[in-house]
Design a protein around this ligand. Structure first.
Ligand code: PSV
Ligand code: MN
Ligand code: MN
Length: 389
């Protein structure tokens, strides 16, 4: 049994890239209260600046995802240049068809062709944004669904969804991809039009190769074996992206690895097993909201948690595991698995960071940098972000 990180492990870890969401830096909360944080960004340019801090102290977060219309700016090339000046790039463009009165009964699935047209056009505009930002992925998450049995014809909505997606997919060019995120409930409470990985898989498979599934770790019923889904989607070549976060109850959007580090370990172990680690076809992204904690340190903690669980997953002794599995050694196999999970890799990672010119303790380095004090003094009237109800 080896529980030492090797140079090979470190070179794998050096390639890791985790995209951070622009909306994590804005104020967020629940339907009860949105608490404001001093220094909150007032525009997308300031969100990018905050995200660049996360990358500066961790070397882990080279791209920032946008949400349209939350991150609408006049000149996306200027936003891109601003990001690049700060050492980061712009990543996934997330479409938003859930905050407009017209979408009360759905967008891409709506029974009324004029509303459907509006929702499709929004996505076509998102692709225009991608052209300007150099983003590869368009991510769709649909709030579409219904609250009462009989309220809608679920079958008709699947058909209309496919038609709408066909039109959006046809507009993609070059390396651009479409990733379709599923969620089992909320805001709709009876049925959701893309509730599970199977529906997302069926919809994207009908589109083509550059359409894939996005798995948000918070979007499953409690008790779901998420790592099984990860395994299956990798096996099928259809896992396009992760939205990482953690949850105690529903779509809590808490810091990834905070609620259940073992689950994060199990997920990343399957990613490694399935060839999805540092594989450009599988985008690692955070989708989180920091309701009460400071946002930039919240994001730093998050990417470090992913790095830490990746290191532990890399320690899994695959040969010993395979031997135990093949011989029906139930407890032996489980012991091999747990040895990797229980290994404390933090001191080794700290030392390795320093050897690469990064701070051994990125949380402490950010706290000592004075950045938080500067933005608190400079920015007044920060934006209420995004999501939280
Ligand atoms: C929806 O719950 C979701 O997970 C989708 O990814 C959205 O784009 C994101 O949250 C932010 O609202
Ligand atoms: Mn998500
Ligand atoms: Mn969510």
């Amino acid at each position: 049994m080896s529980t030492q990180l090797t140079p090979e492990h470190f070179s794998t870890l050096a390639q890791q890239a985790i995209e951070v969401p622009s909306w994590a830096y804005g104020n967020s909360g629940t339907r009860f209260k949105v608490f404001s944080t001093p220094g909150t960004p007032r525009n997308p340019f300031e969100k990018i600046a905050d995200a660049a801090e996360v990358h500066r102290v961790t070397g882990l977060a080279p791209r920032v995802a946008l949400h349209i219309p939350w991150d609408v700016v006049e000149d996306y090339s200027a936003l891109r240049a601003h990001a690049e000046d700060l050492g980061v790039g712009l990543g996934t463009v997330n479409s938003n068809t859930f905050q407009d009165e017209d979408y009360k009964f759905g967008g891409l699935t709506h029974v009324d062709p004029t509303i459907r047209r509006k929702a499709i056009d929004h996505h076509l505009r998102c692709i225009d944004v991608m052209d300007a930002t150099g983003s590869r992925d368009l991510k769709l998450w649909l709030a579409d669904g219904s609250n009462y049995p009989g309220q809608v014809d679920m079958r008709g909505r699947q058909d209309r969804l496919q038609e709408s997606l066909q039109e959006i997919y046809a507009r993609l060019t070059g390396e651009q991809r479409l990733v379709l995120e599923y969620k089992f409930f909320e805001p709709a409470f009876y049925h959701t039009d893309v509730p599970d990985w199977g529906t997302s898989y069926a919809q994207v498979t009908a589109l083509g190769e550059r359409a894939l599934v996005c798995l948000d770790t918070g979007h499953h019923a409690p008790g779901t074996n998420i790592e099984f889904i990860v395994m299956q989607l990798l096996r099928l070549g259809k896992l396009g992206a992760f939205d990482f976060n953690s949850r105690f109850y529903a779509d809590d959007d808490l810091i990834v690895g905070a609620a259940d580090p073992f689950q994060l370990f199990r997920i990343i172990a399957e990613v490694v097993r399935g060839g999805g680690l540092n594989n450009p076809d599988v985008a690692f992204m955070l989708d989180q909201c920091h309701n009460i904690e400071d946002k930039i340190p919240g994001q730093i903690r998050s990417v470090l948690n992913v790095q830490e669980m990746t290191a532990r997953a890399l320690l899994l002794d695959r040969a010993a595991l395979a031997t135990a599995e093949a011989s029906g050694d139930v407890l032996g196999a489980n012991a091999v698995y747990m040895d990797a999970f229980y290994t404390d890799v933090r001191p080794a990672l700290a030392e390795w960071r320093e050897s690469r010119g990064l701070p051994a303790d990125p949380m402490a380095a950010y706290a000592a940098s004075g950045y938080q004090q500067r933005i608190t003094a400079d920015r007044v009237g920060g934006a209420q972000a995004s999501w939280g109800a």
